[in-house]
Design a protein around this ligand. Structure first.
Ligand code: BTN
Length: 330
């Protein structure tokens, strides 16, 4: 553990209490100058620390940056986030960085988090726009022993874990839109991007990434997104701890991932169905080469969408954009 982490741990144990530089320097066997430099670094990472020449330093508030020390503090997972943990202040895309790491053999559970992304990626080559330090941009490397055809379930369990985390932290009503959008009041609050590397019939790795708008204000969004995107702050009028949300997600997601890889994912798919509210909905699905309009019947055991068109023909949709169709009288 670095000296900075040791200082932080000690100060967290003595939250709001003065701890002298001398005490810290003799505890960790480093000079007073080294203590001072580490305290300065902690302050620049968002920890609110009061310093006094006579009394020393006292920690008043921990940081809400998505730092390894903060997220791992009390994190109840066995693998996710426990091994390799990469935190960027800014990067192009956490999915891209995670993919590169996975190609170089990074282990299952590796986390890549960034306070800001300059080229956040969405599905189908779209961009994902996030605001520095206002949301969560997180990617995780998985090496599941499942068939490639089952990979869509990873997106579904991610949606459920994220939706449930938001509900338990905020009490807001979150809905899922197949396959990978989370909505509040009909506006997008989060998106999920699952990217898979297969070798013949085997999954080599999967990168699951999500972006969640947490403390973003309306005016922070580009004008063209203001009508279609939202944040937890906009919906509730309150700011939320990104660290707590991230921790909550990792714990739930790990449970659901274990259920998936041990062939026991049906209860999670059922939760997905409950939150997706799909029954009796008329939609158009825009795919790469065609579009289908019809009534949603269900999702099948692999998570594919089943639609009945107006001629009564059933379609199994593997991927596409879902556009609600207004019924007469709506
Ligand atoms: C979508 O709605 O189309 C998916 C958006 C996914 C955005 C997340 S943010 C973290 C991760 N890194 C990326 O570049 N994209 C995903």
């Amino acid at each position: 553990m670095s000296t900075k982490s040791k200082i932080l741990l000690h100060m967290k144990k003595h939250m709001n209490e003065w701890v002298s530089g001398e005490t810290l320097s003799s505890m960790f066997n480093v000079s007073r100058t080294a203590i001072w430099k580490n305290i300065r670094n902690l302050k620049s990472e968002g920890f609110v620390i009061e310093s006094s020449p006579k009394l020393g330093h006292r920690l008043i508030r921990t940081s809400d940056l998505l730092l390894e020390t903060e997220i791992k503090d009390g994190l109840k997972t066995s693998v996710l986030g426990q091994n390799k943990f990469i935190h960027y202040t800014e990067t192009d895309s956490t999915n891209l960085k995670a993919w590169e790491l996975a190609m170089r053999g990074a282990p299952e559970g590796t986390l890549v988090i960034s306070e800001n992304q300059t080229k956040g990626r969405g599905r189908r080559g779209r961009d994902w726009v996030s605001m520095p330090e206002k949301g969560i941009s997180l990617s995780v490397i998985l090496r599941p022993r499942i068939e490639p055809a089952e990979a869509l379930k990873l997106t579904l369990i991610t949606s459920v874990a994220l939706a449930e985390t938001i509900i338990s932290c905020t009490g807001l009503d979150v809905r899922i839109k197949w396959p990978n959008d989370l909505l509040i009041s009909g506006r997008k609050i989060a998106g999920i991007l699952t990217e898979m590397h297969t070798d013949t019939d085997e999954i080599r790795h999967v990168v699951v990434g999500f972006g969640l708008n947490v403390n973003t204000r309306t005016e922070d969004f580009p004008v063209e997104l203001r009508e279609i995107a939202t944040s937890l702050l906009i919906e509730s009028g309150r700011e939320f701890s990104r660290v707590a949300l991230t921790r909550g997600f990792l714990e739930l997601f790990e449970n659901y991932y274990l259920m998936l890889t041990s062939n026991n994912v049906t209860p999670v798919i059922q939760k997905w169905k409950d939150m997706a509210d799909i029954h009796g909905r008329r939609i158009t699905v825009q795919m790469i080469r065609e579009q289908v309009t019809g009534w949603i019947v269900d999702i099948d055991r692999d998570g594919f969408l089943i639609i009945k068109d107006d001629n009564g023909k059933m379609h199994t949709i593997i991927s596409g954009d879902v556009i609600p169709v207004k019924n007469e009288g709506d």
